[in-house]
Write a protein that binds this ligand. Structure first.
Ligand code: AMP
Length: 972
């Protein structure tokens, strides 16, 4: 066969082969002649006279390719060309892309009969490669025809040289492979390339679901996906998506997956673990968040942040709420006792633990000596004993004259889950002894030989109504033979008595608070057989009177002997009363009336073994040496904090005596508002005085530190304590002489105790005045001292009352200096001219009136300490009275005005200067560290800023903000 004319045409077309996009991610190629480099080994029919001719050439990229061409002379015969077996690899429909050229029939020589410009494409399916040159038969059945393929562009000489590309779909196919067949029936053509491929949906990740590569077996093929790592399905069913016949995924997945807790979405297809210090609580598309306060994570991918040690979450707290801790102890418990009713009030804990669900509970124990038992159910609490939201509880049903310890416990939502014991503050209270007023006026109204009728006066009882009376009687001087009788009325008839006998009778009343005390014994007698003649009665009376006189004389002689034996020196006759136990009242003994004051130290101060004491830190400077805090552990007793005053080395004998005299004075006092002496150490060096430790130190500095922090009722509670201590001292005939806030110590429960008994050593011993005269001269604390004490050195309890008035003023002004910066002389002159300190800001008028009473010029007009205590008790019972502020003019004194110019802010150039002027220098570091480094910046500060930088006390905030207001109007 002569093909010489064709060759140039085909070769030309060969090189103008246009190669377009051939493969894509969605296509899998089953056969591609372009990639074959050796013979294609396709089968040609008829084999006897093969017209299809395999040829090699180079495509435009220079690759060697195999092609077939045909240009049969005999067009009456079908010329078949069949590919090799094409395995389907699971595909059920394939695409055949044919690149070919066809000669235009009109361009063919006329010898070409029945010239055609089309060819047929057929296929034959088979599970195995079984075809041969004779099988299957070369005809349309068993082959299946796909299409008759016509060329869009025909070749003609001198015409445009363009190849055709046709893609036809073959299928559905059901066997493992197939053969393609090209049937030319008169076409003069060339097959430049044949590519067989199928389309598939590639593996894809959508909406956090991964779908595998999927072959579309039908129009749309459903594929099942899985959630990407660290995600989970939102539905029970796994996600599905459709794979279209064109290899394209159709639509979004049926259900989606979302990131698990601890993981956040990244690139919309991946879930990334939350970093350390971050968490994500819920499943879903939200992002990781920074751990809430006081919590952290131990590893990446955390769904919850774990609380730092000491912090917790309550069961009801959400996982994204901050961790919190139990509150600190309630502060400053104030107690009021009214017979057997106790009212407790306290201040909020400094630290609420970061929660708002703060509540309190009250625990009550009854103590006798060192053994305590929980209070019984008869004790009631209002509004309740536990879960109290307010800061006040009234406790009723207590036994009279009994010591209780009340603990106020602060709790919040995490107290239950915290393993630490809840913080509490305690207060010891002894209920009133005088539950019922003692009965008096016991008298005989009728008598016979064996019976007497007795009646008594009904006590004027204000607190409780009297339920009944109990009467006891016994024969005179037979105290162990008491008989008891009860009566609802104020009279009783005693029968079965002995004739002409003297009985002692006592009566006591019972109220809802319990029994009061028995009255003093009254002597009641029964009648003899006959009334005795008056002369005999008179004789008996005379004899009794003589007996009594003898008794009194013996008593006086005994007291005289006692005084002589206890005083080694010649005593001042006017001070002798100090040694007497007058009517049961103990009286203070002045150590300097003892020849050897050490004797008094031995009598009143316990010697403590130095090995029981551990000194911890220096807390102050005393007149004789350092004051330290330490611990005292006496074997068999609870360890206690103590304050330790030391006597510095190199002391003289006199200094040692003076130093220890304070202990011998203090040791004589036993009162809750007087500093308690633990003991002394004199057997070793240094000599020490140990007293109870007062956590809040001196009252003046404590108040300045807590400026504005206490309510008037709390301040009155403190003043009441001081007055009560002073009442005790005055009853012991002790004159303090240096009563001032600096000499009052405050403990953690805000209990104030009088201290500093050092001044008394300056008392003159040879004064004939029963009150004392000072030899202190210029050392008198002028601002605190009554005018008569300054002028005539007349120190009495009444001059202590004056000083107490000054202490009241110090307390109500939170530690302001009395008379500000006036000179001592100006103070003396002002007082002389009846000027008196005005009420401190927001001071209740009733308290200022009490101050003015204490500052009466005439000392006998000043109230006594017992009256001051009662007045303060009345105010505490009626807190509404404390709401009235302002000055009440009593007509006898004039208000002294603070004549200091207001602090000039315009001169302060720095924040430090300004803070010093407004006495808030303690916050200097807070301001500077928070960036408030200039006055200009400070002038814009707000309450929130103050809170943030750590100024949490309301009084201090008020002070700073009001000064800031002034700064704003100054020209900076
Ligand atoms: P004094 O020598 O008593 O004036 O004490 C000097 C300072 O030591 C006082 O201002 C207090 O700050 C401190 N101080 C004295 N006694 C005690 C105490 N019992 N508890 C706590 N601090 C005390």
């Amino acid at each position: 066969m002569d093909h010489s004319w064709i060759s140039p045409v085909f070769w030309i077309w060969f090189w103008i082969w246009i190669w377009t996009g051939f493969s894509s991610a969605e296509e899998e190629v089953l056969m591609n002649t372009k990639l074959e480099t050796s013979d294609l080994r396709w089968t040609i029919y008829p084999s006897s006279d093969p017209e299809w001719e395999e040829m090699s050439g180079l495509d435009e990229e220079g690759n060697s390719v195999r092609t077939f061409q045909i240009c049969p002379m005999d067009t009456s015969v079908s010329h078949w060309l069949r590919t090799r077996f094409i395995p389907l690899r699971g595909a059920t429909q394939v695409y055949v892309e044919i690149r070919f050229t066809v000669m235009e029939c009109s361009a063919m020589p006329s010898s070409f009969r029945s010239c055609k410009e089309t060819f047929n494409l057929l296929y034959y399916q088979s599970d195995e490669d079984t075809a041969s040159s004779t099988h299957p038969a070369w005809m349309e059945n068993p082959y299946s025809k796909v299409d008759t393929v016509a060329a869009d562009f025909l070749l003609r000489r001198g015409g445009e040289k363009k190849s055709n590309v046709k893609t036809v779909r073959v299928g559905p196919l059901s066997k493992k492979g197939f053969y393609l067949a090209f049937q030319a029936q008169g076409a003069c053509m060339a097959l430049l390339s044949v590519r067989v491929f199928f389309k598939k949906c590639p593996s894809v990740t959508r909406s956090f679901s991964s779908f595998p590569e999927t072959l579309p077996h039908s129009l749309v093929q459903q594929a099942e996906g899985v959630c990407v790592p660290n995600s989970a399905p939102t539905d029970q069913a796994p996600p599905t998506m459709f794979c279209g016949e064109d290899g394209q995924w159709v639509g979004p997945p049926s259900s989606s997956c979302v990131c698990k807790p601890g993981f956040e979405p990244l690139d919309s297809d991946r879930c990334r673990a939350c970093g350390s210090g971050q968490y994500k609580v819920s499943i879903g598309g939200s992002l990781c968040r920074v751990c809430p306060d006081n919590s952290n994570t131990h590893s990446p991918g955390s769904s919850v942040c774990v609380c730092r040690p000491g912090f917790h979450r309550a069961a009801s707290d959400l996982p994204d709420s901050p961790c919190t801790r139990p509150p600190s102890a309630p502060r400053s418990i104030i107690s009021q006792i009214n017979d057997t009713v106790v009212t407790l009030e306290w201040s909020e804990p400094l630290d609420r633990g970061g929660r708002s669900d703060l509540s309190y509970s009250v625990e009550c124990v009854r103590c006798r000596g060192s053994s305590c038992v929980p209070c019984t159910d008869s004790v009631t609490y209002r509004p309740g004993q536990v879960g109290v939201v307010g800061r006040r509880v009234i406790i009723r049903g207590l036994l009279p004259h009994t010591t209780y310890t009340f603990s106020v416990i602060a709790q919040n939502g995490v107290s239950a889950v915290s393993h630490t014991s809840p913080a509490s503050s305690s207060v010891n209270i002894t209920t009133s002894r005088d539950v019922a007023v003692p009965v008096s006026g016991i008298r005989r109204t009728k008598a016979s030989e064996s019976s007497v009728s007795i009646s008594w006066t009904i006590p004027s009882q204000t607190q409780h109504s009297i339920l009944d009376y109990q009467l006891r009687y016994s024969l005179m001087d037979q105290d162990d033979g008491w008989q008891y009788v009860s009566s609802k009325s104020s009279s009783v008839v005693l029968s079965d008595l002995s004739r002409a006998s003297q009985y002692q009778v006592q009566v006591r009343a019972r109220t809802s608070a319990g029994y009061g005390h028995f009255s003093p014994a009254a002597s009641i007698s029964t009648l003899p057989d006959d009334e005795e003649p008056p002369s005999r009665l008179l004789l008996t009376g005379v004899l009794v009177a003589i007996g009594l006189l003898i008794l009194i004389a013996v008593g006086i002689v005994a007291v005289f002997c006692f005084r002589r034996s206890s005083r080694r020196r010649d005593p001042d006759p006017d001070k002798s009363s100090q040694f007497l136990m007058g009517q049961g009242m103990k009286v203070y003994i002045d150590p300097f009336t003892y020849e050897d004051p050490n004797e008094l130290v031995r009598e009143f101060a316990k010697e403590i073994d130095v090995s029981f004491v551990k000194i911890e830190e220096v807390i102050g400077a005393g007149e004789f040496g350092e004051v330290c805090r330490g611990r005292l552990r006496v074997p068999g007793k609870k360890e206690n904090y103590v304050a330790i005053k030391t006597l510095k080395a190199g002391y003289t004998d006199k200094q040692r005596r003076d130093f220890l005299s304070e202990a011998s004075i203090m040791g004589q006092f036993q009162h809750p508002n007087i500093i308690h002496l633990e003991g002394v150490i004199t057997a070793s060096c240094p000599v020490m005085i140990l007293t109870e430790y007062m956590e809040n130190g001196a009252l003046d500095s404590f108040l300045r530190l807590n400026d504005g922090q206490f309510t008037p009722i709390q301040l009155v509670g403190m003043l009441r304590g001081i007055a009560s201590g002073m009442k005790y001292l005055s009853e012991m005939s002790y004159v303090h002489r240096d009563l001032a806030a600096r000499n009052i110590l405050v403990n953690s429960n805000l209990v104030c105790k009088v201290s500093d008994f050092g001044l008394s050593r300056f008392l003159t011993e040879n004064s004939s005045d029963p009150t004392y005269t000072s030899s202190l001269g210029g050392k008198i604390p002028i601002r605190w001292t009554a005018p008569e004490a300054i002028a005539f050195r007349k120190f009495t309890s009444a001059s202590d009352v004056w000083s107490y008035g000054i202490v009241m003023w110090e307390v109500m002004s939170f530690g302001e200096r009395p008379y500000w910066d006036m000179s001592n002389q100006d103070v003396i002159n002002a007082i002389e001219q009846d000027y008196r300190l005005p009420p401190p800001p927001e001071c209740p008028a009733s308290l200022h009136q009490l101050m003015l009473d204490c500052w009466q010029k005439e000392r006998s007009s000043r109230p006594r300490f017992c009256a001051i205590v009662s007045a303060l008790d009345r105010l505490i019972r009626n807190p509404a009275s404390l709401k009235i502020t302002g000055r009440i003019s009593d007509g006898t004194s004039h208000p002294l005005l603070d004549q200091r110019p207001p602090p000039s802010l315009s001169h302060c150039s720095s924040v430090s200067d300004w803070l010093r002027i407004i006495k808030m220098e303690r916050y200097e570091d807070n301001f500077l560290q928070a960036g408030f480094t200039s006055i200009q910046l400070v002038s814009h500060i707000s309450t929130e800023d103050l809170l943030r930088i750590g100024v949490t006390l309301a009084g201090h905030q008020k002070k700073i903000l009001s000064s800031v207001q002034m700064l704003r109007v100054l020209p900076y």
